[in-house]
Ligand binder design. Structure first.
Ligand SMILES: Nc1ncnc2c1ncn2[C@@H]1O[C@H](COP(=O)(O)OP(=O)(O)OP(=O)(O)O)[C@@H](O)[C@H]1O
Length: 256
């Protein structure tokens, strides 16, 4: 029998051997007065499909920039970013917008739900923005998949932080994205709610979803399949299924 989570993930982007996101010699610089800040400095890294990768590093190491470049929210200065094998660095703005709507889901630390809309209406929003008439069945299925079927008429203020983040994950998943990007998804949650959100992300990966997550929290990173460490805009370390103390230790060494 297909579980609600498997239905939410769908077979559209099941792993086909190629990375979900592939960075090839990517640099991103920003002008800062007379100077130039090199937020990403020749990053070559592949984020495997059907896998959950955490990105860690000291403050200012380029984590958010990497996530934004991967999700097509920001353009790279040099190098290539391939999303499901397609080079998005050459895409024009219209194509990039279309890709963002259909191929990418984004979850933020602060949930970013619309306060005047119910959970159901928030989840339906990406479909409306994409010009599709949302099917009540699809919206309910994805809310059921995150365990919030009984909260669909609630507005964000009537939900706990953890429930709001699960609505945000449902909203990101409703378009069945190739990659789910998460920027500190547990940063605003207490440890119980954080564990539940991390458990949900694990269930999504088990159902075939690709996830790239930025976090400062070693225990959140240890929930992922692998961890990529950045320092000064460069990939400097990589760990596969590390424990929380191993992640904390490697991070401490980067900050030393
Ligand atoms: N729009 C911008 N204009 C100028 N400099 C920027 C801009 N965005 C980021 N930077 C700089 O690029 C570098 C990397 O920033 P980024 O936000 O990617 O780091 P981060 O690892 O996500 O940091 P944090 O953990 O503090 O969120 C920093 O030096 C930052 O000041």
């Amino acid at each position: 029998m297909t579980t609600p989570l498997e239905t939410a993930v769908a077979g559209r982007h099941r792993p086909r051997g190629q990375p979900a996101v592939d960075f090839r010699a990517v640099s991103r610089t920003y002008a800062a007065g007379q100077h130039e800040v090199r937020a990403l400095d020749g990053v070559t890294v592949a984020f495997p499909a059907g896998s959950w990768t955490a990105v860690m590093g000291p403050s200012g190491s380029g984590k958010s920039t990497l996530l934004h470049c991967a999700a097509g929210l920001e353009r790279v200065t040099t190098g290539q970013v391939l999303l499901g094998g397609e080079d998005i660095t050459t895409a024009d703005d219209a194509h990039l917008t279309a890709l963002r709507r259909s191929e990418i889901g984004f979850v933020f630390q602060s949930f970013n739900l619309i306060g005047s809309l119910t959970a159901e209406q928030n989840v339906a929003l990406p479909l409306r923005l994409a010009g599709t008439r949302p099917s009540t069945k699809d919206v309910r299925a994805v809310l059921a998949a995150v365990g919030l079927d009984d909260r669909r008429r609630h507005r964000p203020r009537e939900l706990s932080g953890g429930q709001q983040q699960r609505v945000a994950i449902a909203r990101a998943m409703v378009t069945r994205p190739r990659v789910l990007f998460a920027d500190e998804p547990t940063g605003a949650l207490d440890s119980t709610a954080a564990r539940k959100v991390l458990g949900l992300l694990r269930d999504l990966v088990t159902a075939g979803q690709s996830i790239v997550m930025v976090t400062h929290d070693p225990s959140a990173a240890a929930s992922a399949d692998s961890v990529v460490f950045l320092r000064d805009g460069r990939v400097v370390d990589h760990a596969v299924t590390p424990t929380t103390p191993e992640v904390a230790d490697r991070l401490a060494r980067l900050k030393a």
